[in-house]
Ligand binder design. Structure first.
Ligand code: NAP
Length: 467
């Protein structure tokens, strides 16, 4: 019998840590290897899979969420097992898994947010946009949070697509959100919201914004919302103007923004105000709560790397606001017993191969997605990223010693989980929960009604199984 690692009689055992897009595209790329056989276990912290597709993509963007159909097929593959409700480093450690898998792939994404590092950032009423996103999407980590929406104005700091998402959700007619899978408690809070104006601050100019055309255009199509842009803030310096020739997305953004700036406000009940060349300088509080944000006007100066950066002019302005969401990027977090580059907030790697901080490759360990390259790109970007990591995994296989044959029994990890995390969730459990959510949604004409706490998820799985 053939004993080559990755042969049908000796499949390469792979643990993928994280069931988000990067994890699924890694599994897909492994299963596409015609000459090799892999036995893949996908571990996930929550009982529910799909990472940011479930907990990040905005509820009014259901067509993007449809990508989960591809992931569903991967989960059904006979060489793939789903092991949900298992936290790496808590329920199972690196030392537990290393002897059971020939290759481990970290696909954990970027679990926290970047900070603005300005005074007042931690006042009540100031939050990371990532947490607000988790809240309206029913992420179990955020489902008990409460946002004070009793003030007329909210400020969103940042010019990426997350800033666009949170601003849009704050002003969208709740009746429209009611047809989506937005968390029920968030819908209720948004129905009672007093927020009438959302100000979005870009520290650089319109030509440097990182949001994409579709997201910007969507602002102009929102019912009951005026989009206000001051034409003076769209005037471009010569370098920015020249950069548009090579950047079609930026050129189109500027064109769309110019269109907005020429519209007469209609007196609609809600408005989005887009400001450019404005940085947050300080959050001003009263009794520990945000009441205003002090912002500084910027000019653009060369950044020494061929681009332009924002430089403060010392000219300030104060905007009253009861809610400030900083949307200045996600940030990766270290996993226990896995190397971590603090400065870049990624797992150090060469072509997906995990290295020590001094650059030596750790055999059999890999990174993919945001924890490999940082929090950039859209869902599909992770496909090419996963293909690249899998190319390294495949190239390494002949040199890998592999785990001892005595450790190859796929039951071993299940035995370990039964001791450590008896309520771990297999594919059947997730499918039970999925059916429950979809059925609840169908009754209301919605794609699903989400269960938002882990306890309730486990309860639903137990109850429906017992029926
Ligand atoms: P992002 O695209 O990196 O945008 C971060 C924004 O924050 C930039 O405008 C950046 O400005 C600004 N910023 C950073 N530090 C700042 C500071 N100290 N003060 C003021 N502004 C600051 O990040 P993101 O919006 O979190 O999105 C993450 C990724 O997910 C992106 O690739 C995004 O496209 C993707 N995503 C896509 C969708 C979609 O396709 N619909 C939805 C959500 C997210 P500078 O440019 O000046 O640094």
């Amino acid at each position: 019998m053939e004993t080559r690692l990755g042969s049908p009689s000796r499949p390469a055992r792979v643990a993928i840590i994280g069931a988000g897009p990067a994890g699924f595209y890694t599994a897909e790329a492994l299963l596409r290897q015609k000459e090799l056989t892999f036995a893949i276990d996908i571990f996930n912290r929550f009982p529910t899979p799909f990472g940011l597709v479930r907990d990040g993509v905005a509820p009014d963007h259901q067509s993007i969420k449809a990508v989960t159909r591809v992931y569903d097929r991967i989960l059904e593959h006979p060489q793939v097992r789903y092991l949900g409700n298992v936290t790496f480093g808590v329920d199972v450690t690196h030392a537990d898994l290393r002897p059971l898998y020939d290759q481990i792939v970290y696909a954990v994404g970027a679990q926290t947010d970047r900070r603005m590092n300005i005074p007042g950032e931690d006042l009540v009423g100031s939050y990371p946009a990532t947490v607000f996103v988790g809240w309206y999407n029913g992420n179990p980590d955020c489902c008990t949070l409460q946002f004070d929406l009793t003030h007329q104005r909210a400020v969103v700091v940042g010019n990426g697509n997350v800033a666009m998402d949170v601003a849009r959700i704050l002003v969208t007619d709740p009746d429209e959100l009611a047809t989506t899978d937005i968390a029920d408690y968030a819908l209720e809070a948004l129905r009672a919201s007093q927020v009438r104006e959302v100000v979005i601050l870009g520290r650089r100019g319109p030509a440097q914004a990182s949001f994409t055309n579709a997201e910007l255009k969507e602002f102009g199509e929102l019912r009951g919302v005026d989009v206000i842009v001051d034409p003076a803030e769209l005037e471009l310096d010569p370098e920015s103007e020249a950069s548009l020739a090579e950047n079609k997305i930026a050129a189109r953004n500027v064109e769309i923004l110019r269109g907005f700036s020429q519209r007469e406000p209609t007196g609609a009940p809600r408005r989005i105000v887009m400001r450019f060349l404005r940085s947050p300088a300080e959050l001003i509080g009263d009794n520990g709560r945000v009441v205003a944000i002090k912002i500084e006007r910027n000019v653009l100066v060369p950044d020494g790397k061929g681009g332009l950066r924002a430089k403060g002019t010392g000219e300030y302005e104060v905007i009253e606001a009861g809610l400030v969401l900083r949307s200045v990027g996600y940030r990766g977090m270290a996993l226990p017993d896995v190397p971590f580059d603090e400065a870049a907030s990624v797992i150090p790697n060469v072509a997906g191969r995990v290295t020590t901080l001094t650059g030596e490759v750790i055999p059999g360990e890999y990174a993919v997605g945001w924890i490999k390259r940082g929090p950039s790109g859209v869902i599909g970007t992770n496909k090419a990223d996963a293909v690249a990591t899998v190319a390294s995994m495949v190239a390494d296989l002949p040199q890998l010693e592999g785990i001892p044959d005595a450790n190859r029994d796929p039951e071993l990890v299940l035995e370990l989980l039964r001791q450590r995390k008896p309520d771990f969730v297999l594919l059947e459990g997730w499918k039970t929960l999925d059916t429950h959510e979809v059925e609840r949604g169908a009754a209301q004409g919605r794609p699903r009604v989400k269960v938002t706490s882990v306890e309730e998820m486990l309860e639903v799985i137990r109850k429906r199984r017992a029926q």
